[in-house]
Each structure stands twice: as structure tokens, then as C-alpha cells.
Write a protein that binds this ligand. Structure first.
Ligand SMILES: [Zn+2]
Length: 884
């Protein structure tokens, strides 16, 4: 699964979500799933009956019965948003014999429970508490005896009371989109989301990651709808009543949370990798861009298969884009579901795409799907790998710099998150399984795998992964199985690495000092681990590159004490001593190199991170004699992110011969990468120099939306009237970037005539946080205009109550509160003006009418704000609102 990054709000979200602690308590049910071991009975207590204390140990699910095969026949009531299901579930006792079975089944109406028998089914006794179905079998079964249970049921996902995670908005399992067809902007669709344990909201199963089964799913849907599920479609039959039934079969075993179905008026764009079907399901409107969006998939399948030495395991690979998806994407076996932001036009893709999500989900088809984490505690066996899959693809396809750029973002993401959460990768103790879907399992985990790769070397790393995959395929694994595979290949005891990085929390904070003793001819590197005294001391294998007289020598050291000094003989003072030369350590560090060393580093050290670190070192040193040279080197870098950072941060105090200035002006129009052009234009906007106005204006005709919106903002600084005029020509543009820029310009400059345009943008489905906030500024200026205010308030009420993103609701509530304050100020102004008018005039009558209007409006607004605040259900937002 790949959660949606909330950009600047991600941090806020992380901090807030980690504060939530919930305790589940309920009555222990009378019937538990039982197995006999000799004479003693083991009663399985339903999970939600255990009072969980904070950070309780979370064992893997105890397997009493194994799922073998699930056959489902489903149809739908779109009005009620119900699913009618007939399930045939084949199981067998895991080891001990048993005469009972517990299944997860969330919020169903159960109609029949029978044992499938030749000559007629046998009704079975059962009890059901709306979350678990406890079935008494007709006899004790032994482990070699399979049995099949038939259950007919109605699933009512929209009536479930569920709690989601930061990664998934909620956990209904089955979602009907635009069920009544009243929304003209969306197709009617249905789709499912199983992870973590929500498949049991639409079919009865043992909804645990340490289960595997084969499936056959028949879906009856209206004609015109396309269906998708795991495996291959084996039949499609018309029912002659405006519906048809498609049957999908998956003959290889996989976990219940990876079962999926989707149906809707998708357009299917066909592709292939050798004999393997590779299909893209999306809205008709975006079908022309399908190959541009997903077209690298066949090459990715080829690359991952070869890199891992283990071929893609499943009979096809389909990718489907659905509306209102609850996360970024989900790696269901052979059928990945994506959120609708995947759908971009070619022009939108100039400024970036979501290929990292594609590689992430595809890598899961090995890590997560072929081998599944045995328990949610072991989630990094899925997510750290999928995150590292992004790195591997970028490294192969776009080069190491591009991959390292992503890797550095991952490290920063984790380090920021680690300020508020300190937990090991493998988390046997947690309150809620949704907690483990975080920057530790994803970003830190990806970096730990990268560090492991650098430690054992490429050949050993990929051979270890092959060993791990081959010995656990179609099964489940704990982290120890991964370690054993690495130990088998390398011959080295790796407990220290796994204990330190997988089973313990935190990371080292390093202080690095350098010295050269010209008498003893020694380079001295002093390393200090300055994390808190109560935190562990890390064992850190580190590469040190020494650059001396045009040659580079690599030294390998191991730091295993809190403070350590390493000396290397060196005939002359080296140009650079580059500690952690691979830049693979997961740490925070202050690397106390001299300005000479950093200036040398940006020229001669090979990695993206070498250049970035040097650039960062000089970014606040514009009076340093190396500054201009280093910055010019940054502006000329081959990697776009380095050029972008240089252009964004440059200060022109010491640009003696105007070289930097000239370079930035030329980059603004001619750099091949739109992010760089935008960064250069942003820089131009800060110069307050009318000589560059023409360059900025020309950029309003750029192919990139990012460049145009940046140019608009830059022009606003130089000539607001021109910017306002230019903005009006862009009103028909649908790009979010442009609309946000227009919102920014109109917030301060537009009159009441722009209200209709702004409201039409606010009423769109995916209105941005920025636009709602800009509109707040505009509305405060228009607060004396009853017509504008009335239309505005009803739109803002709607967003504040109904937008499905809490931070957008938050922006709307904020805007409403600011409007109330602006009204109060306006009321005072009118009151004073009225007091100063001595006799009855038309003006005083108008003032009196206005005062009456604003007083009524304010009290209505006050009531409305309170009611919106009280009816808010999101815990994060409730907490923020309470503190305001
Ligand atoms: Zn994932």
C-alpha cells in the first residue's frame, strides 16, 4: 500500500495521529474457535474482547483452521449499497483436530450456514456477534480432512462503524462510488480495499495476514460495466436481464487482504510483457494517456524479475484507477488499485508523475504478495521492500542521482517523523495495527535495506533476496527468515545488524571532526555518537574516502563505541576526507569539514548527496570566497534537483562579474526541467528588477503549469496590474497549479465580479487547501457586500461539513471564523459611520439596513460555526478545533 503524501500537511498529520490511543473492550463471547490438544481445550478469545494495554505484545494469529479455497458469488443492491453473497469456503484444521470454526464477517446479515455435502447440504449451528461467526462443525476434523462451508449473507459496508489509519481513511472494505449516479463529475464504480483486515467486510474469511488461499469470484453487474479481480477471467455470461456475470479465478494461494474486485465503466488499455497480459483500467477521458502513465510497467516487470532472479509469479498484471480511493494505491495480487490522481494528461506529467507508486506496488507483487508478512508486526517485510523497489527502479531507469534524491527525501521524512515516534521497524508491541503503516515501516525501512545492500555488497544482497523469496514463496515470513537468508548467503552472523536496525528503535546522531597532523603525517577522524546517553550505541561500518594528490583511497572502518578516533597515514594534507562516502548511513550528522573540503567535494566526489551536502554547507555563506564558484557549479549540475536547490537559495551579494545572474536568467527559459525553470523564475521575482520582467512574461506561455503559475506569482511581485490581467486569460485552465496561483492573485486584487469564478472553483471536487485559504482573504475584503457574502457562506458551509479531507474542512472552518471577525470589524465601522451622520439621509438609511443585515448574518454564522465544530468526527481536527 502506498499512502497519499499530504505534502506540507503530512508532518502535521503524523504528529497528530500518533497521539491517539484507543482501548477496545467488549464482552467475551461464549463460543470461541476451539481445537483439542489431547484433552485440553484452547479457547480463542475474540480479538476485540481483549483489553489492550498501551503497547501490548501482538502475537501472530494462532492458526486453528487453514483457509484452502474461497469461492464467492456476489451481486449488488446499488440503492442500499449492499452486497448479496454466497460463499463456499474450503478449510482444513492446521494441525490439531477441531470441531469448530471462527470466521471474520463484519456487519453482515447471515442467512444460511451449511456444510457442503454430496446429496444435500447440512445446516450447521452457529452464533454471530456482527464481527465473528462461530460455527459448530458436524464432527471433529483431522488435518488431512478438508471441509467446505456454504454461507449466504448480505454485507452492508456503509452501515459499518469503522476506524481507519493514517494510511487508509476508513475500513469499509467495499465502496460504492456515485451509487445513485447523481454526481456528473464521477462514474459509478465499486471497488474494494482489504488491507489491513477489511476483506471480511464483504466476504466471510479468516482475515489475517498469515492465511493463504486460492479464489474464484463471480460478480454480477449491469451491462456496460467492466469487472476486474485477481487472476484470470474464466467466463463472462449475459443473464439476459441487463446484467452479466464475470468469473475470475486465481489458482495460486494468497492472503485474504489481497483479494480485490472492481467494477465500473472503465476503458481497458491492453499492453503486455512477453506472454503476460498487462492491462490498464481507467476513465475513458484518460485512455489516450494510459501508456504515458503506466507504459513502463512491462519494462519494470522485466527489470524486477531479472534483478531478483525470481520471475513475476502471477498470471497477469492489471492496474486500475478508481475514484475516491482511500489511499494512494493497493497491491492486490495481480490487480493493483490506484487513486484517481494517477490520471494525468501529458501536459500535467511535465511537472511530475506518480511512477514511484507504480514501482512500489509492482515490487509488492514479490514482497507482500508472493511472501506475506506473518503478522502486522512484520509489516516492513512488505512496505520497506516496496519503498526500496522505488529506489531500485529509479536507479536502473533514471540513474543513481535520481534514486539518491528519493532516498534522501525518505531519510528526511523518517528523521522528521522520529521526533515524535520512536519505535523499532519490527513492532511486536503496538496499540492498533494501523499504527505500523508509518514512516518507520516505509521510509526508514527502505533506507535500512539500502544500508544492508551497501554492507553486504550488491551480489550478496540480491542473492539473499532470491534465497528468501524462493524459500518462502506462497507462504508467510517473519523478519528472522530474512536474516537467515542473508546469513546463508554471506556466511556471516547478522544478528547484530537485524537487532540494531530491525528490532531496536532510533538512529545514531553523529558528530564528525577532522584533523591533519603534518608532523606525524596522519589524518585523524574523530567520531562521536551524541544521541541521548540512555539510547544504544550503534555499531556502524563506515567507508571513508581520502582524496590526496588526484587519487582517491577508500578505507573501511567500524565504529562500535560512543566516541572513537581513526587515523590514516597520508603524506600530504588531503583535499578531502569523505566520511560515510556511500552516504548510506541512517543517521543525523554534523560533518565538520572545512570550506575548502566542501568546495573540493562538490567538484570531485561522485554522489548526488556529496554535491547536495556541499551546496547546503555554502547556502548561508554568501560572503565566503568559494561561494560564487560553488553556486555556479550547482547551477550547472547534471542533476535537476541540484540545479533547483541552487537556483532557489542563491544570494547574489558577491556575483562580481554577473555570471550567476546571467546563468539564472538563461535557466528561466531554457532549462529542460520545469522545476528548474520555475525555481529560476521564483528567483527572478525576488530581484525587484524590471529588466527581467520580459523573461517572466514569456514564461506565462511555457508548456509547464508549474512554470506558468510561478511566473504569475513572480509577476505579482513586480507589477500586480499586469499579473491580474494575465491571470484572467488563464481562468479556463483546469490545472490545480494555475488555479492556486489565480486564487493567490485574486485574493488581494479582485473585485466582487470574480466571486462567481472563485466559487465555481471552490465547488469542484478536489478543491485545494490553498484555494480555500486564499478565498478567505478575498472574502474578508468583500465582507461588506451582502451578495458576495451570502453565496460564499453556503459554499464554505458545504466544504466545512462535507469535504472528505479533514485539512480542507479545517481551511473552510478557519475561513468562516475569520469571516466572522471581519464582519465584526465591518459592523463597528458602519456603526461609527452611522453615529457620525446627524440627520436622516439615504446614506444613513443604507447604513442602518447594512447593520441590521450584518447583525443577523453574524448570529447565524456564529451558530453555524458551533454546529460544524460539534458535528466534526475526525479526531485530529476535533483536537485542533478544541485548542483554538
Ligand atoms: Zn506499500
Amino acid at each position: 500500500m502506498k499512502p497519499v503524501a499530504l505534502l506540507t500537511l503530512a508532518a502535521l498529520l503524523f504528529i497528530i495521529t500518533q497521539c491517539s490511543v484507543t482501548h477496545k473492550t467488549s464482552q467475551i463471547d461464549q463460543i470461541g474457535e476451539t481445537s483439542s490438544r489431547g484433552d485440553s481445550l484452547i479457547y480463542e478469545i475474540p480479538e476485540d474482547a481483549i483489553e489492550v494495554h498501551p503497547a501490548a505484545y501482538q502475537p501472530s494469529y494462532t492458526i486453528i483452521n487453514d483457509l484452502v479455497h474461497t469461492q464467492l458469488k456476489v451481486s449488488f443492491d446499488w440503492k442500499k449499497m449492499h452486497l448479496f453473497g454466497k460463499a463456499y469456503i474450503t478449510l482444513k484444521p492446521h494441525f490439531y483436530e477441531t470441531d469448530s470454526l471462527r470466521l471474520d464477517a463484519k456487519g453482515f446479515d447471515i442467512h444460511q450456514v451449511e456444510l457442503v455435502k454430496t446429496g444435500g447440504n447440512l445446516p450447521l449451528k452457529y452464533s454471530y456477534d456482527s464481527s465473528s461467526l462461530y460455527i459448530s462443525l458436524d464432527k471433529k476434523y483431522r488435518r488431512e480432512e478438508q471441509y467446505t462451508i456454504y454461507i449466504s449473507y448480505t454485507a452492508k459496508p456503509n452501515e459499518l462503524q469503522v476506524k481507519g489509519s493514517a494510511a487508509i481513511n476508513d475500513a469499509r472494505g467495499l465502496y460504492f462510488i456515485n451509487a445513485d449516479g447523481k454526481d456528473p463529475e464521477k462514474p459509478r464504480q465499486l471497488w474494494t480495499q482489504g488491507e489491513t483486515e477489511s476483506s471480511s467486510a464483504w466476504f466471510p474469511t479468516i482475515d489475517k495476514p498469515n492465511m493463504k488461499m486460492t479464489t474464484e469470484l463471480s460478480m454480477t453487474v449491469e451491462d456496460g460495466f467492466v469487472t476486474l479481480s485477481n487472476g484470470m477471467m474464466i467466463s463472462s455470461k449475459s443473464n439476459g436481464d441487463g446484467t452479466h456475470t464475470d468469473t475470475w479465478k486465481m489458482e495460486l494461494p494468497y492472503a485474504p487482504y489481497l483479494v480485490m474486485m472492481a467494477a465500473g465503466p472503465f476503458t481497458v488499455v491492453k499492453d503486455h510483457f512477453k506472454e503476460l497480459e498487462v492491462n490498464y483500467y481507467l476513465d475513458k477521458k484518460y485512455a489516450p494517456y494510459a501508456k504515458k502513465i503506466f507504459g513502463n510497467t512491462p519494462e519494470m516487470i522485466d527489470f524486477f524479475s531479472k534483478r531478483l532472479g525470481v520471475p513475476y509469479a502471477w498470471p497477469k498484471y492489471s492496474q486500475v484507477v478508481v475514484h475516491d480511493f482511500v489511499t494512494g494505491a493497493m497491491e492486490n495480487v495481480s490487480a493493483t488499485v490506484f487513486f484517481d490522481k494517477m490520471q494525468q494528461t501529458s501536459r500535467e506529467m511535465i511537472d511530475g508523475n506518480h511512477e514511484d507508486i507504480i514501482s512500489h506496488e509492482l515490487f509488492h507483487q514479490w514482497f507482500g504478495d508472493l511472501i506475506t508478512c506473518e503478522s502486522w508486526s512484520n509489516l516492513p517485510l512488505n512496505e520497506s521492500f516496496a519503498t526500496y523497489g522505488e529506489y531500485l527502479w529509479n536507479e536502473y531507469k533514471y540513474g543513481r542521482d535520481e534514486a539518491d534524491f528519493g532516498n534522501n527525501n525518505d531519510l528526511n521524512h523518517y528523521l522528521y517523523y522520529s521526533r515524535s515516534v520512536n519505535a523499532p521497524l519490527i513492532r511486536y508491541e503496538y496499540d492498533d495495527k494501523e499504527e505500523v503503516f508509518d514512516a518507520i515501516s516505509y521510509q526508514k525501512g527502505g533506507r535500512i535495506l539500502h544500508m544492508l545492500r551497501k554492507y553486504v555488497g550488491d551480489e550478496a544482497f540480491f542473492l539473499s533476496l532470491k534465497t528468501y523469496l524462493e524459500s518462502n514463496r506462497f507462504g508467510t515470513a517473519e523478519v528472522h527468515q530474512l536474516r537467515l537468508a542473508f546469513e546463508k548467503v554471506t556466511g556471516e552472523d547478522l544478528n547484530w545488524f537485524f537487532d540494531q536496525w530491525f528490532l531496536s528503535p532510533g538512529h545514531p546522531i553523529l558528530d564528525i571532526q577532522y584533523n591533519y597532523d603534518s608532523i606525524s603525517k596522519l589524518v585523524v577522524v574523530t567520531l562521536n555518537q551524541i544521541q541521548d546517553a540512555e539510547d544504544m550505541v550503534f555499531r556502524l561500518p563506515i567507508n571513508v574516502d581520502i582524496y590526496e594528490n588526484g587519487t582517491k583511497t577508500r578505507r573501511e572502518i567500524v565504529m562500535n563505541k560512543r566516541q572513537q578516533t581513526f587515523s590514516f597515514s597520508c603524506d600530504t594534507k588531503p583535499d578531502l576526507v569523505n566520511t560515510d562516502a556511500d552516504k548510506s548511513l541512517v543517521c543525523e550528522k554534523s560533518d565538520n569539514k572545512s570550506d575548502t573540503s566542501f568546495a573540493f567535494q562538490i567538484e570531485h566526489a561522485p554522489l548526488f548527496m556529496d554535491r547536495l551536502e556541499a551546496l547546503q554547507f555554502f547556502s548561508d555563506k554568501s560572503d565566503n570566497s568559494f561561494y560564487s564558484r560553488v553556486m555556479l557549479r550547482g547551477l550547472n549540475d547534471t542533476m535537476w534537483a541540484i540545479r533547483t536547490i541552487a537556483a532557489q537559495n542563491i544570494v547574489l551579494d558577491n556575483d562580481l562579474n554577473g555570471e550567476l545572474k546571467k546563468k539564472i536568467i538563461s535557466m528561466a527559459s531554457s532549462d529542460p526541467k520545469s522545476h528548474v525553470r520555475a525555481a529560476a523564475i521564483e528567483q527572478l521575482g525576488q530581484w525587484n528588477d524590471h529588466n527581467v520582467e520580459e523573461v517572466i512574461e514569456n514564461s506565462l506561455r511555457d508548456s509547464s503549469y508549474l512554470v506558468i503559475s510561478t511566473a504569475l506569482s513572480a509577476l505579482l511581485e513586480l507589477d500586480s496590474i499586469k499579473a491580474f490581467e494575465a491571470a484572467q486569460f488563464l481562468e479556463n485552465d483546469s490545472s490545480d497549479e494555475i488555479i492556486s496561483a489565480l486564487g493567490n492573485i485574486y485574493s488581494n486584487l479582485a473585485g466582487p465580479d470574480k466571486n462567481d469564478f472563485l466559487l465555481s472553483q471552490l465547488n469542484k471536487d478536489d478543491v485545494s487547501y490553498d484555494l480555500v485559504s486564499s478565498y478567505g482573504i478575498y472574502l474578508s475584503r468583500m465582507i461588506g457586500n451582502p451578495e458576495v457574502v451570502q453565496e460564499a457562506l453556503s459554499t464554505l458551509y458545504d466544504i466545512a461539513q462535507n469535504d472528505d479531507r479533514w485539512y480542507v474542512r479545517f481551511a473552510a472552518i478557519n475561513t468562516l471564523m475569520n469571516s466572522f471577525n471581519a464582519m465584526a470589524a465591518q459592523k463597528e465601522t458602519w456603526k461609527n459611520q452611522l453615529m457620525q451622520t446627524t440627520k436622516e439621509t439615504e446614506e444613513s438609511q443604507n447604513l442602518a439596513t447594512n447593520l441590521e443585515w450584518i447583525t443577523t448574518e453574524m448570529s447565524a454564522l456564529d451558530v453555524k460555526i458551533e454546529s460544524i465544530k460539534t458535528s466534526e468526527t475526525d479526531e485530529n481536527l476535533r483536537r485542533i478545533l478544541k485548542s483554538q
